[in-house]
Design a protein around this ligand. Structure first.
Ligand code: KG4
Ligand code: ZN
Length: 334
């Protein structure tokens, strides 16, 4: 049996997990910093690092205590190397390195975005090649994962990420952080046909662009307010959310047709959105492909996904040298 430990500290969640593939044993703890950053409407990097430092060791102690497993049983440690905030990544990396050295076990460095994709592999094995739509707060990418488990990027956002757009519009509307769940909550009571907001296009038909949509929503609200009209918040959120989801589905449909791939994964925090999940379900039926979306709590940041990606690295013999460092700009193809 090989018990893997995973650590995730790339942004504003401190997370640890234990995963033993053969027995199916898993444990996961996520400590969110939402309370800390809410007042600022976004993440403050220095505060994030300090909170990771305070929380990570107690969280590790807690997961061993709660799952009744011992540190000495761990056979390998996986940690997020990037992309992410420098100070935040360092806390996870140095802790993982210390564990690897003191326990004499191998260390695996995980790309956070690969982690999001491998979240879909935790409960099921997925046939490869697969196309993955990764939609998080910092990234929006369409990637191919081939049989050798190598990534190839087909498209990405030219400006804001989908989650970032949701968060920024939520902030503009005076909603709390993170904005995605707030927009979803209001959108569920609104009419998506209230207004047709634009879907951004760029030179590569598989690239995304959300800045035009963001501007369009802001202008619409300002124009209505200046004309002395109320803005129907639920309808606005429903129409805005529809525009984000439509853009994601349109580019994913194109990528499926261009690549001919028959397995589709949707992952990352925004994939927790029920409208996106429903529309991706329809897309997979229309295009005749199989769809995998991780359960809600594995879409948003967690360490089980990092642990599962670490297991994939171990299977490929991709060890991380003990002198290796974090890489805040790490890409999936590097
Ligand atoms: O993957 P994630 O937890 O962290 C990053 O790697 O960025 O994604 C966070 C993003 C945030 O922008 C948040 O607003 C969005 O995911 N999000 C959602 C939902 N839950 C989280 N967006 C739409 N609907 C949701 N239910
Ligand atoms: Zn993430």
């Amino acid at each position: 049996m090989s018990l893997f430990l995973g650590i995730e500290t790339s942004c504003d969640e401190t997370a640890v997990a234990l995963l033993e593939q053969e027995s199916g044993f898993m444990a996961s703890l996520v400590s969110s910093q939402t309370d800390l950053h809410q007042a600022y409407g976004g993440i403050v990097p220095e505060l994030a690092s300090r909170r990771h430092l305070e929380i990570l060791i107690p969280l590790l102690e807690e997961i061993f205590r709660k799952s009744q497993r011992k540190r000495e049983e761990v056979r390998a440690v996986a940690v997020t190397r990037g992309p992410g905030l420098v100070g935040a990544l360092l806390v996870g990396m140095e802790t993982a390195r210390a564990l690897s050295l003191s326990l004499g076990i191998p260390l695996f460095g995980v790309n956070h975005l690969a982690g999001h994709v491998y979240a879909a592999f935790i409960e099921k094995e997925i046939s490869l090649p697969a196309l993955a739509l990764i939609v998080s707060g910092g990234h929006t990418e369409l990637v191919l994962l081939n049989e050798a488990e190598e990534f190839k990027c087909l498209g990405s956002t030219r400006d804001d990420a989908a989650g970032e757009t949701l968060d920024k519009i939520a902030r503009f509307l005076g909603l709390s952080y993170p904005g995605g769940p707030e927009i979803e909550r209001l959108a569920s009571k609104g009419d998506p046909s209230y207004r047709a907001f634009p879907v951004g296009e760029s030179e590569n038909p598989l690239d995304f662009s959300f800045s035009g949509l963001k501007t369009s929503v802001i202008y619409h609200v300002q124009n209505r307010q200046q004309a002395g009209h109320q803005v129907p918040l639920a309808d606005l959120c429903a129409s805005f959310q529809k525009a984000v989801v439509d853009a994601l589905v349109l580019k994913t449909r194109r990528a499926l047709r261009l690549s001919g791939v028959k397995n589709l994964i949707a992952c990352g925090g925004v994939a927790a959105n029920s409208t996106l999940r429903k529309e991706m379900g329809l897309l997979s039926e229309q295009e005749g492909v199989r769809l995998w979306i991780p359960p809600h709590d594995l879409c948003t940041d967690n360490a089980l996904m990092i642990t599962r990606a670490g297991i994939a690295s171990a299977q490929q013999g991709k060890f991380l040298s003990l002198s290796a460092d974090i890489d805040p700009n790490l890409t999936l193809e590097s």
